[in-house]
Design a protein around this ligand. Structure first.
Ligand SMILES: Cc1cc2nc3c(=O)[nH]c(=O)nc-3n(C[C@H](O)[C@H](O)[C@H](O)COP(=O)(O)OP(=O)(O)OC[C@H]3O[C@@H](n4cnc5c(N)ncnc54)[C@H](O)[C@@H]3O)c2cc1C
Length: 439
């Protein structure tokens, strides 16, 4: 069955995808065979919350797995949940939170699917403690066009298991997965907020607070120059020891339409950043907040990607290795501030040393900087090449889940295990991203 065409979250690059929607596991194998025969290849598509072209099929015909959204089993004593790949993290929270369990790792939106979270091996505010999402996946069911159904875990088809975690959807269709949750005694978060004046202050706050708190992240003013370069607001938190175990269902507002041009520009951004930074507390302020506003503030504004207008936007997320992180991030910020473009959504986080299980997982020890840019032609011609050169020089890499521009050379240098993944790629699956960076 087909429905309207799909894009990725950044709406760039603009290659509309024709979806074949699968509602039942039994429909997957015939759909995979049919799409491969008709179009050469296909790709699973979850919620489409990846920014660039990693969730777009090279053939522009995707296998839409969001409707595979049933729970298969749950053990509430051990906190283990088995679910089909289209189940969203919000669906998991709905049944887990009242029983005293939470996601071990969560990205900044709860609308991603289980399959998408595994395929990009997503990370969150607690990377320094718990590593990536894939660290908590115990088993998964994979459907391949050449091998049929296989169950993968560290003990069964281990090569396919580590290739599928962070495998960009290329090793087969994930049908289901078993996830280990973490226990909580309250769904509220005890949080603290403090602004910092420059990058040195960020790194010293991070050294002190990452040790003491499970969740840590900072907003950074991407346009601040001179002495103020690298200023921002640090946020840390932990689940409160007591309190309610309540699913949060806040009222949502929707951006109703896509304006012809981006509502984010240098002027509005500079004014916003100025006010936001000055409003943040200069000394530590503690509060108690719901998990929804702590982890998912952006989910309150549905379809917020529309504010970037019809041209869409690109996210630039780089990781700079620990030993050169300060200088590398400083150089990136200097180049961005000089360009006068960027967005309010600029996030900096120090990743920890917990090993990712995936062959191509993005995080490693170092500091990651992520920010959105309204799309325009100059981005790919001037700013991004400048930023890429800094990342290359520092020995860092970019995050495929957010990418629409990285060169094949940079990808292959940043992810030397790519050939191992290519060897295990399902011949019926190919994304626009993979074709762009490997072929
Ligand atoms: C507001 C926002 C905040 C975000 N914050 C973070 C963050 O903090 N950390 C982070 O790591 N990421 C973050 N992301 C990125 C997002 O978490 C990832 O891109 C995620 O993979 C998207 O999941 P999805 O279900 O939308 O999958 P899609 O975007 O549809 O697909 C992503 C990949 O998963 C594959 N896939 C999907 N389903 C299956 C399946 N059943 N079988 C095999 N492969 C499959 C696709 O082929 C594709 O390669 C954020 C995104 C947004 C929009």
């Amino acid at each position: 069955m087909s429905s309207a065409s799909l894009l990725s979250w950044g709406q760039f690059p603009r290659y509309p995808q024709s979806p074949t929607v699968c509602h039942w596991p039994g429909a997957l194998a015939p759909a995979l065979a049919k799409l491969a025969a008709a179009h050469g290849s296909t790709l699973a598509y979850g919620a489409g919350l990846s920014y660039g072209d990693s969730c777009l099929a090279a053939s522009d015909h995707v296998l839409h797995t969001r409707a595979l959204d049933r729970f298969v089993a749950a053990d509430w004593t051990a906190g283990k949940v088995t679910a089909e790949a289209g189940v969203s993290l919000a669906d998991i929270l709905r049944i887990a939170v009242p029983r005293g369990w939470f996601l071990p790792v969560t990205p900044g939106t709860k609308y991603v699917t289980l399959g998408g979270a595994i395929a990009n091996d997503v990370h969150g505010k607690n990377h320094h403690r718990r590593g990536t999402f894939g660290c908590h996946v115990r088993r998964l069911g994979l459907l391949r066009s050449d091998l049929g159904r296989i169950e993968c875990s560290p003990h069964s088809h281990p090569a396919h298991f580590i290739a599928t975690i962070g495998g960009l959807g290329l090793t087969g269709i994930i049908e289901w997965a078993e996830l280990q949750l973490v226990p909580i005694r309250s769904s509220r978060i005890d949080s603290l907020t403090q602004r910092f004046g420059d990058l040195d202050e960020f790194f010293s706050l991070s050294t002190e607070l990452d040790e003491a708190h499970e969740f840590c992240v900072a907003w950074i003013d991407c346009l601040a120059k001179g002495k103020a370069r690298g200023r921002g607001v640090y946020m840390a938190g932990d689940f409160a020891p007591t309190g309610p175990l309540a699913v949060e269902t806040k009222r949502k507002v929707t951006v109703p339409l896509t304006p012809p041009f981006s509502l984010i520009n240098g002027l509005s951004l500079r004014a916003f950043n100025e006010v936001y930074w000055h409003k943040a507390p200069a000394t530590r302020r503690r509060s108690n907040t719901g998990y929804d506003s702590f982890f998912y503030p952006l989910d309150a504004l549905l379809n917020w990607n529309r504010i970037y207008g019809r041209q869409g936007f690109q996210q630039y997320q780089a990781l700079i290795p620990e030993h050169v992180a300060r200088d590398g991030i400083s150089a990136l910020l200097e180049a961005i501030a000089a360009s006068g473009t960027g967005s309010f959504l600029a996030v900096i986080k120090r990743c920890g040393s917990v090993d990712s299980p995936g062959l191509l997982s993005f995080p490693k020890p170092g500091t990651t900087l992520a920010l959105d840019f309204p799309h325009h032609r100059d981005l790919g011609e001037t700013l991004f090449p400048r930023l890429d050169a800094i990342v290359r020089e520092a020995g860092g890499r970019l995050y495929p889940a957010k990418d629409a521009h990285m060169t094949g050379d940079d990808f292959r240098r940043g992810y030397p295990a790519w050939q191992q993944l290519e060897a295990l790629r399902d011949p019926a699956l190919l994304s626009r991203f993979w074709r762009r960076v490997t072929q």
